[in-house]
Ligand binder design. Sequence first.
Ligand SMILES: Cc1cc2nc3c(=O)[nH]c(=O)nc-3n(C[C@H](O)[C@H](O)[C@H](O)COP(=O)(O)OP(=O)(O)OC[C@H]3O[C@@H](n4cnc5c(N)ncnc54)[C@H](O)[C@@H]3O)c2cc1C
Length: 287
Amino acid sequence: MAKIADLLAAGQTFSFEFFPPRSDEAARELEKTIAELQPLDPSFVSVTYGAGGSTRERTRDIVVHIERDLDITSMAHLTCIAHTRDELVSLLEEYREAGIANILALAGDPPTDDAPHPTDLNFAFELVELVRQVGDFSIGVAAHPELHPRSGGDRARDRQHLAEKLALADFGITQFFFEADHYLRMVEELAALGCEVPILPGIMPVTNARQIQRFAELAGAAFPTWLAERIEPVADDPSEVAKIGVDVATELSRRLLDEGVPGLHFYTLNRSPATRQIYANLGLASI
Ligand SMILES: Cc1cc2nc3c(=O)[nH]c(=O)nc-3n(C[C@H](O)[C@H](O)[C@H](O)COP(=O)(O)OP(=O)(O)OC[C@H]3O[C@@H](n4cnc5c(N)ncnc54)[C@H](O)[C@@H]3O)c2cc1C
């Protein structure tokens, strides 16, 4: 039961993100993916949480399974919007009792329906404080290099909120981005505010251009013209798109490693080939 803060203090970390499967078949697929990625010896893996608790049990069960049965350090994502404080405390207590040492504390997105959603904590920094009260967890938070989608473009305020949140946490993980300068500029802006908390860049290999373009819109990340133009000629050939996606993610990862980032966090979308290929390209492991 390693703490991610300790892993980061010891050196660079390499980690993978999964989402909770929605069917038995998807669960088998995820199990296969994890088995294929385990030989890469990840520093830790993380499992997302459906905002408002839609994956509450599934996220918990997978995180505990990975930590206990597969002996891989795992981190549970947790969102606070549309949860009461008591609900959050009881889930955190379950993690604590199960020996889970790492929590990614998130606000989550506000629900879009009109149903009542009792919410005690509205911002991630409040959840960080609550997680600290419940247990001796290592705590990560989200960072958005291209500003949070709800920032309204107010860069100074966005960075101020992020710096204040990071000061309470142990580390950050970014939303995905395709140009290293977005990340490097964010780190510089945070340093100017006195914030030196390690922030892991999130790497999303494009394997399906339309899907990633949609994700990028939602996440406030730019899908750059040069990338769209590179993909356009092969848009109808999924394997060629995936090859370009792996090359682009490899180039981005290499630049970030050269810049001395604290590690890399891969968005796997519950599939292993792209991440394995990037690892091989970077000389991190043979596939
Ligand atoms: C690595 C990563 C993993 C993620 N995993 C998940 C997941 O598993 N499940 C999920 O549902 N979503 C996930 N998300 C998405 C995340 O929940 C959304 O981006 C959400 O909109 C904001 O969450 P946050 O934790 O960044 O919020 P916050 O840090 O609370 O920020 C939300 C907004 O509030 C503003 N703000 C912050 N503090 C204040 C303050 N004191 N006063 C006024 N405004 C303030 C911020 O500037 C920002 O605009 C993830 C995002 C990342 C980057």
